[in-house]
Design a protein around this ligand. Structure first.
Ligand code: ZN
Ligand code: ZN
Length: 181
């Protein structure tokens, strides 16, 4: 899911799009120009958006747990736990992404988690930062990056979208590059 959202914001649309462009697309594109800026963001700036995103579904789960009877809780428990874990990983995605750009002063247990590939390793995420930023989009655990590259998932998805809409991926990045040249 982190890969899909990241891929969509990196590859399609423009920073000039009304509201959406400035609020959603721009942070992703700016991150390619200044990848270490994220390491200077405090906890709220780094994580505020993602934490906020999970509030509705967690509120809904809390409501269900407090109103459902025992049998209904048992029946829906696996799904609720999936949503809970998903929310947990969504909440920490930007923090994990920030750690993957932090080369000094990380606590030993964070580098240990990175080295064990439980959270996004630093070397692994570096591949995404090679221009034109068209691979290794997953930024939470990174587990799916290699399998998705292996099956050419992103190029296939992009060809389908280009075929349906005529739009070219990363076309405004290309336009910027031409302006610079
Ligand atoms: Zn990116
Ligand atoms: Zn990054």
């Amino acid at each position: 899911m982190s890969g899909l959202v990241h891929w969509a914001a990196d590859s399609w649309g423009s920073v000039d799009l009304w509201i959406f462009g400035k609020a959603f697309i721009r942070p992703f594109r700016e991150h390619h120009i200044d990848p270490t800026a994220i390491t200077r963001h405090d906890f709220i700036e780094t994580n505020g958006d993602n934490f906020a995103l999970t509030i509705p579904s967690l509120l809904l789960s809390s409501y269900r747990f407090s109103t459902y009877d025992e049998q209904l809780i048992e029946q829906t428990y696996n799904w609720e736990m999936f949503i809970f874990l998903l929310s947990l990983f969504i909440s920490f995605t930007n923090q994990i992404h920030k750690w993957s750009h932090t080369y000094f002063g990380l606590p030993w247990y964070i580098t240990a988690l990175q080295n064990m590939h439980i959270i996004l390793p630093r070397k692994h995420h570096r591949i995404h930062h090679i221009s034109p930023h068209e691979s290794y989009f997953c930024i939470t655990t990174g587990w799916l990056n290699y399998p998705l590259e292996y099956i050419n998932f992103w190029p296939h998805l992009e060809s389908i979208i280009t075929w349906c809409t005529g739009a070219q991926p990363r076309s405004d990045d290309l336009a910027w590059a031409k302006k610079i040249n």
